[in-house]
Write a new protein. Structure first.
Lengths: 221, 142
């Protein structure tokens, strides 16, 4: 895919590294000349040095028709302008913006940015859940927070050990997607018996998550 | 005779433009709230200014809500940066449905980003060219 990364410093650096691993075609746009030189030397990718606040910079960098534009500038307003210019004027398919203010996630979505990501927002979601259980391992929100994926370790003290999945009384709209046992990934079939140290990957609505974590860790009925 | 209830106005950015308009509207009886991140900027306001001054970042949503954006009649974006004005004018118009929204933009290219939106853009560069044309009787080709 053709991906453009606009602005940012540390975030851009890290992102470029991880995207190149996946063999995407990248264009980096940044206003800091020395940072541009550093990126060009380190990653051998096209780098365009220019003020990303100007629409002609984006145009001149040749990102028309790109698949994704990722806006990592310091100011939320700059990221909004970059994404809107990319989408409306340069026919870019998807736009992603980093926002510093979590309240802007929703606003940016309403103003046409496909994905607005707030570190604070994600962090607070995770911290909220970490405080509920020790055996809770990972939480991922999918589909704009409509679906929660929770990875939880089944301790030997859990009421769910040695039980068949089919006999468990799961809350509404909750599914055990799969079970990670050692190096194996097992499907969450109803006749699978859960063992201690299994890692369960559970899909549920976000509001059910804390209840599930409490049930699995044996902290509630 | 019924009291003439004048409209409410929020002006984001107390620069030369913002402060002048704030002063004039306040004199005419409009209920004006002006926002600026720098408290010294409010010195530009005339001593007769009788509206509200809010010290804060107009690009922060809670500041806009404190200023009353949810119910305001007129919103003017006259902050320093074009992108800030683009963002807050869209928040006013699209998110909060403010009926009259104005944004001052220096970069004429940005006009395209407001297409289809209920936001009136004011371009000092364009206006200056028009004024030059008028004064000199010379037509300027764009």
């Amino acid at each position: 895919m053709k991906i453009a990364i606009v602005g940012g410093k540390n975030k851009a650096d890290f992102l470029i590294d991880s995207l190149l691993d996946k063999e995407h075609s990248l264009m980096v746009i940044n206003d800091d000349e020395s940072f541009c030189n550093y990126l060009a030397k380190t990653y051998k990718i096209p780098v365009f040095n220019g003020e990303y606040n100007k629409i002609y910079t984006l145009r001149d960098a040749g990102i028309e028709n790109y698949d994704i534009v990722i806006a990592l500038a310091l100011f939320d307003s700059d990221n909004l302008a970059i994404c809107q210019a990319a989408k409306r004027l340069l026919n870019v398919k998807k736009t992603v913006a980093v926002v510093s203010n979590p309240k802007y996630v929703d606003i940016f979505n309403k103003l046409g940015v496909d994905h607005a990501i707030s570190a604070t927002y994600l962090l607070s979601n995770i911290i909220e859940q970490v405080s509920v259980a020790d055996s809770f391992l990972l939480s991922l929100s999918v589909e704009h927070n409509k679906l929660m994926l929770t990875e939880i370790l089944l301790e030997s003290t859990s009421p769910w050990v040695y039980r068949l999945i089919g006999t468990l009384q799961l809350p509404e709209n909750t599914v055990i997607g799969c079970v990670l046992r050692g190096n194996d990934m097992l499907a969450g079939d109803s006749n699978l018996k859960l063992m201690p140290n299994d890692k369960l990957v559970i899909l549920s609505p976000p509001e059910i998550q804390s209840r599930i974590i409490a049930v699995v860790s044996g902290k509630s009925k | 005779m019924l009291g003439n209830k004048k409209k409410s106005v929020i002006i984001a950015g107390c620069g030369k433009l913002g402060s002048s308009i704030a002063g004039s509207l306040s004199e005419q009886g409009y209920r004006v709230t002006i926002i600026d991140v720098d408290p010294l900027a409010f010195r530009k306001l005339s001593p007769d200014f009788s509206g509200f001054q809010i010290e804060g970042d107009a690009t922060a949503i809670n500041v806009l809500i404190d200023a009353g954006i949810e119910n305001v009649d007129i919103f003017m974006a006259t902050a320093n940066r074009d992108n800030a004005n683009l963002m807050i004018s869209q928040i006013a118009s699209v998110i909060f449905g403010v009926k009259q929204v104005y944004a001052r933009l220096y970069d004429v290219e940005k006009e395209q980003l407001l297409k289809g939106l209920n936001i009136e853009a004011i371009f000092p560069a364009k206006l200056s060219i028009q004024e030059f044309e008028r004064l000199s009787q010379i037509e300027i080709e764009e």
